[in-house]
Design a protein around this ligand. Structure first.
Ligand SMILES: Cc1cc2nc3c(=O)[nH]c(=O)nc-3n(C[C@H](O)[C@H](O)[C@H](O)COP(=O)(O)OP(=O)(O)OC[C@H]3O[C@@H](n4cnc5c(N)ncnc54)[C@H](O)[C@@H]3O)c2cc1C
Ligand code: SF4
Length: 498
């Protein structure tokens, strides 16, 4: 275990963050890994409690608690405390294919269920994870692992997000020949186009893809399955197909004036900003550029927060983010006890930046957009909102009521809709003949088989829009299922029976 009395002697230290007013002038990552000393101090705080909840991913009241890939957290905390970095890295790589992603952008449900967090701030698990893997790359300990034997079996994976990449990594290591099809010009899914550069730098994503390629995985980019290659062709050419196509069809807001120019979906906005950065084109698409504009982001979640941080960097005149829900409490409510994910107010990186830049939290709570108002030239000039009252019944069902005598007009020239996603693209599923259930691919967790023989599904396309760590979990698990399907048995790890 860490230091026996560490949790009593040592305080939690948070990741080092660059000054908000400095970092908004560039697109580099806003946080940095721990120094060795800090990492050891934080590892020492782990209690190695008898029954750790931090490494067991489960759903409690609709939120994730504990680590979905079952990271061996107390074990690597102890190794870090003892300065055994390489051994800590080995333990970490046993359960997580891509800790450099989760160590940067995972919301860390492990920390909400850390036993220290019953009474004190949790062990800084996420940043220890990032520090271990960053150290591994810095020291050249991460090298290509090229499988010694090939099985002769071929697998096509559609989609190169974290689910597709994790499945590809596992199946390649099992000796199968894996080809990943991706419709974008770069691999990575939402890791590449979605999550902004200041949260996860794109060369960190590309470094992993290059490594997977060196290990023998083939990536075919700019190729949309269902259009450039048919489902029939894939089924014919490969022994098995895995659909990891994400859940990227956006939820719309069909209210008065939705057709005006200047109203965009969050993914179009974020993708354009990252493409502009990576391709070094002179200006981003003008109508998707926040420079000098009053920007309103509709949607109170993390995607909306990423749009806030992006708009600030593009030089927006003002930014507001609307949420239909009320502000969260400072402390856990009695209905949200440990080890459930803490539903409490926090100032995330984007909101810290907005507060420093504009002098206040830019989130507006309990507010609903009712109509867009035109500038007379088919462009958006303002939008109209009303306030909401939220009530919760004894079963936890939330309902919203519009408050009479409220109503406000907000000037805006750029509106970003970030109210979630409805599911995967239907046309490719129709071509495969794969069934869906509530807009998700119908494939039972643990089996991952669809109604079509040899066609499997994993990640957001099966689960609904979720987290990177869940996508990695599903990628690893579907790999186990496909390996078993092809070979009769599988030595690939699985946590499902645990
Ligand atoms: C803006 C944003 C920010 C987020 N931030 C975080 C965060 O900070 N932390 C976190 O844990 N989670 C975050 N998430 C959620 C997380 O990114 C997803 O849960 C995760 O990426 C899902 O992985 P996936 O592999 O299932 O799908 P995706 O990452 O969506 O990848 C699917 C891929 O399939 C490709 N594809 C689809 N159809 C085809 C086709 N027909 N042919 C070829 N290719 C195809 C797509 O182009 C895409 O590359 C965020 C989501 C969004 C939208
Ligand atoms: S992957 Fe997420 S939940 Fe798991 S240890 Fe890392 S930060 Fe925690």
């Amino acid at each position: 275990m860490g230091k026996a009395t560490g949790f009593m002697e040592l305080e939690r230290e948070n990741a080092v963050e660059r000054d908000p007013l400095t970092r908004i002038k560039d697109w580099k990552e806003y946080s940095a890994p721990f120094s060795d000393e800090k990492m050891q101090r934080q590892g020492a705080r782990c209690m190695d409690c008898g029954t750790p909840f931090c490494h067991i991913g489960m759903d409690i009241a609709g939120s994730t608690s504990g680590c979905p890939v079952y990271n061996l957290i107390p074990e690597w905390n102890d190794l870090v405390y003892k300065g055994k970095w390489k051994e800590a890295l080995e333990r970490l790589m046993k359960t997580n294919n891509f800790p450099e992603f989760t160590g940067r952008v995972c919301p860390a449900p492990c920390e909400g269920s850390c036993t220290v967090a019953i009474s004190d701030p949790a062990v800084a698990i996420k940043n220890i994870e990032r520090s271990i893997i960053d150290k591994g790359f810095e020291n050249g300990w991460i090298t290509p692992r090229i499988p010694e034997k090939r099985t002769g079996k071929t697998i096509a994976i559609v989609g190169s997000g974290p689910a597709g990449l994790a499945a590809a990594d596992q199946l390649n290591q099992a000796g199968h020949s894996v080809t990943v099809y991706e419709r974008s010009d770069r691999a990575g899914g939402l890791l590449m186009y979605g999550i902004p550069n200041m949260k996860l730098e794109k060369d960190v994503v590309q470094r992993r893809i290059d490594l997977l390629e060196e290990e023998g995985i083939t990536f075919i980019l700019n190729t949309e399955v269902g259009k450039d290659v048919t489902a029939e062709q894939l089924k014919e050419d490969y022994d098995s197909v895995i659909l990891c196509i994400g859940s990227q069809v956006p939820r719309d807001l069909p209210i008065q004036g939705r057709e005006y120019n200047g109203i965009h979906f969050a993914m179009d906005y974020l993708t354009n900003a990252t493409k502009h950065l990576l391709d070094k084109t002179k200006t981003p698409n003008d109508s998707l550029n926040a420079k000098g504009k009053d920007v309103i982001i509709i949607g109170g979640g993390d995607t909306g927060a990423d749009c806030v941080a992006t708009a600030i960097r593009q030089g927006a005149k003002s930014v507001n983010q609307f949420a239909i829900n009320p502000k969260l409490p400072i402390k856990r409510a009695s209905t949200n006890e440990w080890p459930a994910y803490p539903q409490v107010f926090s100032l995330e990186y984007a909101h810290k930046e907005a507060k420093e830049k504009f002098g206040e939290d830019v989130r507006q709570y309990s507010i609903q957009t009712k109509a867009f108002i035109t500038d007379g030239n088919d462009g958006v000039q303002a939008l109209y909102t009303v306030d909401l009252e939220t009530t919760q019944d004894e079963k936890g069902m939330i309902s919203y009521e519009e408050l009479s005598n409220t109503g406000e007009v907000w000037p805006t020239q750029l509106v970003i809709i970030a109210i979630g996603f409805v599911g995967p693209t239907q046309s490719i599923l129709d071509q495969f003949g794969v069934k869906t259930e509530r807009n998700r691919i119908d494939a039972e967790y643990g089996k991952f088989t669809t109604n079509v023989d040899g066609v499997f599904a994993a990640g957001d396309a099966r689960r609904g829009q979720s987290l990177i760590v869940w996508a990695i979990n599903e990628g690893r698990e579907v790999a186990h299922a496909v390996d078993e399907y092809l070979m009769g048995k599988s030595k690939l790890p699985t946590v499902i029976a645990m």
